[in-house]
Design a protein around this ligand. Structure first.
Ligand SMILES: *Cc1c(COP(=O)(O)O)cnc(C)c1O
Ligand code: SF4
Length: 337
């Protein structure tokens, strides 16, 4: 689509007008409804379709294999059972110390303030996570603060989700103020896919909210394909880097979407154009319903070694896997003897 109608609409409006009907999505893209069989619709019942119009605008018309579309369109293969693909592949329920809190890595503390996302990515490892029972309440702050104070090794708090940028600036601001009040916390990291799917989330008010903080602020976006990063999105991201915020990207290696060294190289080049540093390339977490996105380990290694040969070192993301119980993300190719 060359004609952007929704991209610059205010972000709250965009969030309230998500596409949630798979047939409507296909119609917007001038695609035949026949690709949705009853099994795919069942998958959409279990994990709803959810996609902002501004993201749909980045998809190609009449291309059933569009790499952005394939990330969000419910697929009948999601309903296939596979013994290796489970509901909680990362053991997050076990790592859960307080409502909304995950403390798995020594110095970093992950806080989930909302279970909601602006987009539902079909491969998401949190698609079965019991969010609703697991969010901090407004008055849980004293417990969270006490936990942080009791763990002086924590110097970084990561707002994750769900997607923290679906929250209002008022609520975000409240939590940022709280964290900013603790001397031990030096870094605030925000993990969000919203800047990619609703780039207008980065508006003046949000930029002002992050300005002049004692905390170092890092935004980690999530983009898997260069087509997600049009000029407007890049400009919006640059508003933040212009005020000294670091922005990194994490991507997931997805079969049929970006399992190709040239596509990944192009993604890194686009990220550079937006002042964003490629951080992680995750191999897929083995979550139930996502097995059709999985790539064979040998293929992963081949892609990654080719990627190393195509790019300067600073544009190569670290290839990692998350292994339950490990003290950090596990580097994959070339890391072990
Ligand atoms: C991925 C993750 C982090 C962040 O890891 P980094 O390697 O610092 O990016 C922190 N906590 C949890 C629970 C995570 O899953
Ligand atoms: S935005 Fe992130 S947390 Fe939300 S569905 Fe997509 S991958 Fe999962």
């Amino acid at each position: 689509m060359t004609n952007y109608l929704f991209q610059e609409q205010n972000w709250q409006t965009q969030l309230s007008q998500l596409v949630t009907d798979p047939y409507q999505l296909l119609e917007l893209l001038q695609l035949s409804p026949s690709s949705l069989n009853s099994t795919a619709l069942l998958a959409a019942q279990q994990f709803k379709l959810r996609v902002p119009r501004a993201f749909v605008e980045k998809m190609q018309i009449a291309n059933p294999l569009d790499p952005l579309l394939l990330q969000v369109l419910p697929h009948h293969l999601e309903m296939q059972e596979h013994p290796d693909f489970v509901s909680d592949p990362l053991g997050e329920e076990a790592a859960n110390q307080l409502p909304g809190v995950l403390h798995k890595y020594r110095s970093r503390f992950l806080l989930t303030l909302t279970g909601a996302c602006a987009v539902h990515c079909r491969y998401c490892f949190r698609r079965h996570f019991p969010y609703q029972e697991n969010l901090p309440k407004q008055d849980d702050w004293p417990d969270i603060r006490d936990y942080l104070l009791a763990h002086p090794e924590i110097n970084e708090v990561i707002l994750s989700g769900g997607d923290p940028l679906t929250l209002s600036d008022r609520k975000l601001g409240l939590w940022i103020d709280r964290l900013d009040s603790l001397k031990q916390i030096k870094v605030l990291r925000i993990h969000s896919r919203v800047p990619v799917v609703i780039p207008n989330r980065i508006d003046e008010h949000f930029c002002a909210l992050l300005k002049n903080r004692g905390l170092k602020i890092i935004l980690v976006i999530h983009s898997n394909h260069a087509a997600e990063l049009d000029d407007y999105t890049c400009q919006q991201l640059q508003r933040l880097t212009a005020q000294g915020i670091w922005i990194f990207n994490q991507a997931v290696l997805l079969k049929g979407i970006n399992d190709n060294a040239n596509i990944l190289a192009e993604l890194s080049q686009r990220l550079m154009a937006a002042n964003v540093i490629p951080y992680y390339l995750h191999v897929l977490d083995k979550v139930k319903g996502a097995q059709h996105f999985d790539t064979d380990p040998q293929h992963v290694e081949n892609i990654y070694s080719e990627l190393l040969s195509l790019l300067p070192g600073y544009l190569v993301p670290k290839l990692v896997r998350e292994i339950a119980g490990e003290p950090n993300k596990t580097p994959l190719y070339g890391a072990s003897p």
